[in-house]
Ligand binder design. Structure first.
Ligand SMILES: [Fe+2]
Length: 683
């Protein structure tokens, strides 16, 4: 057997394990029709590629069915040039309704760090648009590598100007500096959809509603609609992928996707939905959401069976009763549903990056149904109270207090017997730690859909007149940040085993953050174990926008959320409240001067934050060389409508944070540079 036959066999096995057809070598496919006609209308969701390796990449398309056709035969051509004169791989496959007419190929036998072009051709010679993709550099190649990370694209309420901007900037860079891939950290779709004719003037909270997703079945919950079955989820993906800018992005770079919550249900855990405050077993729906994701995302993920078709396990909708030590329901239908598709994975990308991607939603614990808590006016939770409730029966090495005393409050610990809040689960945690230990590249990047950085403020420093807002002696108030047991387990391991280069990249928060993950914050030990960056949303609404539209002008302490300038314009002062403290935001209201406001800061509040913008949209890019990593935030204005210019419209700011490699025992140090525009109160 010659080498080519051997590699064909190895790649064929790899392709089968991924549920993909194989494109390898030039010979195999059905003969090319003499004349090709590009017919984008027959491939309405465009083309895509994903999960690049040094010798292979996954290719994807959807050939919409013609009338009563029960199948289409698709060939894929992969070429080393955009004119397709040098074809390097070919494959063919039948597509049917069983995959919603989508297909995936493993294009294999490719060379590392190379550009390739691909297109799909049906039995009649109708061709898709041409896609371009890139393979990963080899493991021993220490060239600087670059990727983008994004999240939260609601195409029904906004425009994909961020992708347009990313395409424009990349096209103007030398090849060596271009993006290698786009890491999509989830909320690729928003499963909750408002129908324009059902909302006043076709608007929802200041956003024009686009008629892009109509569920064939669906279910109406209050004012919006959610999917009820597989066909509904497929409908959402089909609609989303009609967006021209998203489609261009998928045709230009390989994507590396993970999901967040909206790919299944905005308020859910494992296979359970929470609708109107009530838990609803939804094992079948969880499987349907996973199937649709699998069909529309080219990724090296694990499902049951070896064919292209997703073999959905038969599950019944059952409540969860019996939980393991990290809150994963042991009910068999739940386990079958949450493992039907496993998206957690790890890969090396060139010499500088080890990427580890976790599934933060399928194993997440039921979450804070905290009962009997004392009422607190200020919208935050005293840090110590969160710490105790969040860790449940695992608090203090298994000795949680029966009664919680916070300042002058005292109440029963309703979580004393509950499992700790967690999202990785025991199995995934063990896998994650193994992968982190095994990572040899200087930068160990954890793709994490929602991020670990704590958001907190200091309501204990409010003026006397507001003493009714916060319990005396309650200390800091946390607005974001839980899962302390799992984070401590990981961060302790990083510290104890001298792991360096930990870089967390995240989405979900609809905000840009740069900072340092740490097990605890002052007055307890602040001990940064890595760096973390969270990207702003592509289009989904930010907290800053919502507060601007909804906070009453006469609301007491409005200044903590919004800075009203004399000219009537507004700025998101919540950034300042979380980075510098309540005194800074109140000083800003009095003086209108950010410099004086920052001078009034509480330096103990947020030593872990370097940048925070709860009002910015856009994307982020990472450049990793052997001894430095830099992350750039590219912020655009609220993308209400599609930009009319090819560059995606203006920028608000471009900020870069650089970090040099650090040695075991040292702390990383972020250096900030504002390259363009003005990030305002985000610094
Ligand atoms: Fe989101």
């Amino acid at each position: 057997m010659d080498r080519s036959t051997l590699s064909r066999r190895a790649f064929a096995a790899q392709a089968a394990a991924l549920g993909a057809a194989l494109a390898f070598g030039r010979a195999s496919a059905h003969p090319a029709p003499a004349v090709l006609t590009e017919r984008r209308d027959l491939f309405p969701q465009g083309v895509a590629s994903g999960d690049p390796a040094p010798d292979s990449v996954i290719l994807w398309t959807r050939r919409a069915p013609d009338g009563a056709a029960s199948t289409h035969r698709l060939r894929v051509d992969v070429a080393a040039d955009p004119g397709f004169s040098d074809i390097v791989a070919r494959g063919d496959v039948a597509v049917t309704a069983a995959t919603d007419w989508t297909c995936r190929f493993l294009a294999a036998g490719l060379s590392p760090a190379r550009e390739y072009w691909y297109r799909f051709i049906d039995e009649a010679g109708n061709a898709s648009r041409i896609g371009r993709t890139l393979t990963a550099p080899a493991e021993d190649d220490d060239r600087t590598v670059t990727f983008a990370f994004v999240s939260c694209q609601d195409v029904t309420q906004g425009a994909m100007n961020a992708y347009r901007r990313m395409l424009h900037e990349d096209a103007h860079r030398p090849r060596a500096e271009q993006l290698g891939f786009v890491l999509h950290l989830g909320d690729f779709i928003y499963e909750l959809v408002w129908y324009p004719e059902e909302r006043p003037n076709g608007m929802e909270r200041g956003r024009r509603l686009r008629d892009i997703v109509r569920y064939p079945t669906g279910e109406k919950v209050t004012t919006f609609h959610i999917p009820a079955n597989l066909e509904d989820y497929r409908t959402a993906y089909r609609g989303y992928l009609l967006d021209p800018d998203l489609q261009d992005a998928r045709a230009q770079w390989p994507f590396v996707p993970v999901w967040d919550n909206h790919e299944f249900n905005w308020r859910s855990y494992q296979s359970q939905q929470i609708i109107d405050g009530a838990i609803r077993p939804a094992q079948a729906l969880k499987v349907a959401a996973s199937q649709a994701w699998y069909e529309f995302q080219p990724a090296r993920v694990r499902k049951g069976g070896t064919g292209d078709v997703f073999e959905a396990p038969a599950v019944e909708n059952r409540p969860l009763t019996d939980f393991d030590a990290r809150g994963v329901g042991q009910e068999p239908n739940n386990l079958a549903a949450i493992k039907a598709l496993q998206i957690q994975r790890a890969f090396r990308y060139g010499g500088n990056i080890d990427m580890i991607l976790t599934d933060n939603r399928s194993f997440i614990s039921p979450g804070g149904g905290y009962e009997g808590l004392p009422p607190i006016k200020f919208g935050a939770m005293p840090e110590e109270m969160l710490d105790i409730l969040d860790q449940g029966r695992a608090y203090a090495d298994g000795h949680p207090p029966a009664t919680i005393r916070i300042g002058d409050l005292e109440f029963a610990n309703s979580n004393a017997d509950a499992p700790p809040e967690a999202y990785l689960g025991l199995e995934q945690m063990a896998w994650f730690k193994d992968r982190l230990r095994a990572a040899r590249a200087p930068w160990k990047i954890w793709g994490h859909s929602f991020g670990t950085l704590t958001g907190r403020t200091d309501p204990q420093n409010l003026p006397e007149a507001f003493s009714d807002q916060w319990p005396a002696g309650a200390g800091y108030g946390v607005t974001t940040g839980a899962y302390r047991l799992e984070h401590a387990e990981i961060f302790d391991m990083v510290r104890e085993e001298g792991i360096t280069g930990l870089t967390i990249v995240a989405g979900d928060r609809h905000a840009f953050w740069a900072g340092y993950p740490s097990k605890a914050l002052p007055p307890r030990d602040f001990d940064p174990v890595g760096v973390e960056f969270v990207t702003g949303s592509l289009s989904a609404q930010t907290l800053g926008e919502v507060q601007r539209l909804t906070l009453p002008k006469d609301r007491p302490l409005r200044a903590l959320n919004i800075h009203d300038r004399p000219d009537g314009s507004m700025e998101c002062s919540w950034n300042m409240t979380l980075m510098h403290g309540v005194r800074s935001s109140l000083t800003l209201k009095e003086t209108g001067d950010p410099v004086q406001a920052r001078a009034a800061r509480n330096p103990e509040l947020a030593p872990h934050l370097k940048f925070l913008d709860y009002a910015g949209h856009g994307y982020a890019t990472v450049r990793a060389s052997p001894d430095q990593l830099e992350t750039e935030f590219v912020c655009i204005p609220v993308p209400l409508e599609r930009a009319e210019t090819g560059d995606g419209g203006p920028l608000v700011y471009r900020v870069v944070h650089r970090v040099s490699s650090w040695r075991p025992g040292e702390h990383p140090e972020l250096r900030q540079e504002i390259l363009e525009g003005d990030p305002g109160l985000a610094v």
